[in-house]
Design a protein around this ligand. Sequence first.
Ligand code: FES
Length: 139
Amino acid sequence: MVVKERRTFLGVCLGALFAAGAGAIAYPVFRYLAPRREIGNKGKVEIPESELTAGSAKYFEYQGKAAVLIRKKSGALLALSAVCTHLGCVVQWQKENEQFLCPCHAGLFTADGTVISGPPPKPLEKISFVIANGIIIVG
Ligand code: FES
């Protein structure tokens, strides 16, 4: 009697362990394959203009990918994809010389995304934005 209950208990434990393992494998695969849903406001991202001082960059997620807003020292604002066009690393803003450097293979881009040097085959993608009441609305 005790042996049968012990076997039942072990069976339930093994079943739960198997289900948890299958879920741990299946969920990341599902998240990778399933398209992301836009959350509210048709996928637009709103960032207060006050968060961007001269020469600064603000990274954010746009349509599931890294993007960046920069305010050049001249005051000009730009919104770009921060995904390197070579192999997809996230480019880093170099405030002192107003360029983007890709940490993976040293791709170098101007502040407006034009390739200066390195392996990237195309410029960084520009993203449209508007400014309304001190809010930068990207997308
Ligand atoms: S991924 Fe950016 S230079 Fe290779």
